[in-house]
Ligand binder design. Structure first.
Ligand SMILES: [Zn+2]
Length: 278
């Protein structure tokens, strides 16, 4: 029997036509979806094909998104230097319902961090901020505190011409905003007060431990580093001036914060290795 001559078959054909018509309408609606606009920080970009770039950005109103910047790899392109790591920009993009990537139409530079972006040493500091932000921020989730933190830390690297204090502040506050900060006064295991003694940490534990409870390969977080954390918790980064002698406290605090970030992300960060400490 020829199924196509049957009544059911032509009904099916009508249904199919209807589906095609509707999905055609849906896709033309998608094509004409209005562009959205947000203040944003460029987190990371990577090449896509010959001419395009995939751009990960944190939108102040959109949360972290990924989008395609068509033509951004061409020598002369409309994005210019706006897509550099941690650039502060205004972005216009179009969402595409069926795709994971938005389409970036335009990006205008709001604030230039050219000095930091073009200096190798400073750019390693920016790379750490970029890697951590990309990993801790869930897609599509607005995070005003992280937005402000990234911007503040980047501005200070650009202004001060060093990443040391800014990156330490960024790592500390990322841990704090993540709710991952252990208590700084008492051992996480036996509750003994640290007093003026060193506390200990590593990237396999969430806490901070006394000298009795520490594991053999844990590293010290001395009183000075814990005091620096207290200042970070209560003072703005751009108001803190670090005496040269406190450099080791900053290093200890930064390394502890990075270790807790790695513990909670359950992965190693790759960019801190690039940092050159004086
Ligand atoms: Zn203990």
């Amino acid at each position: 029997m020829n199924a196509c001559g049957k009544k059911g078959c032509s009904a099916r054909a009508r249904v199919t036509d209807e589906v095609l018509r509707l999905s055609g309408e849906a896709s033309s609606r998608r094509l004409s979806m209005p562009a959205r606009e947000t203040e944003a920080i460029i987190l990371k970009t990577f090449p896509l094909g010959e001419a395009d770039r995939v751009v990960s950005f944190l939108g102040r109103n959109s949360g972290r998104l990924r989008g395609v910047a068509a033509g951004a790899r061409r020598l002369k392109n409309r994005f210019g230097s706006t897509l550099e790591v941690l650039s502060h920009v205004q972005v216009w993009y179009v969402e595409r319902e069926t795709r994971e990537l938005v389409r970036i139409q335009q990006a205008d530079l709001l604030e230039s961090f050219h000095k930091a972006q073009s200096d190798y040493n400073l750019s390693t500091g920016l790379a750490v901020i970029s890697e951590i932000s990309e990993l801790v921020l869930p897609e599509h989730e607005v995070s005003e505190p992280m937005f402000r933190l990234i911007l503040l830390a980047t501005r200070e690297i650009e202004r001060a011409g060093t990443w040391e204090l800014s990156l330490t502040y960024f790592a500390f506050w990322t841990v704090r905003l993540g709710g991952w900060l252990p208590r700084f006064g008492r051992c996480s295991s036996c509750q003994a007060a640290f007093g003026e003694a060193a506390a200990f940490y590593d990237r396999h534990h969430a806490g901070l431990y006394c000298s009795n409870c520490r594991r053999a390969d844990m590293k010290p977080l001395r009183l000075e580093a814990r005091q620096l954390a207290e200042r970070f918790a209560s003072e703005r980064l751009d108001r803190i001036a670090l005496e040269k002698s406190k450099g080791s406290a900053a290093t200890e605090l930064r390394n502890a914060a990075l270790a807790w970030i790695e513990f909670h992300l359950e992965r190693r960060l790759t960019t801190p290795e690039l940092l050159e400490t004086a």
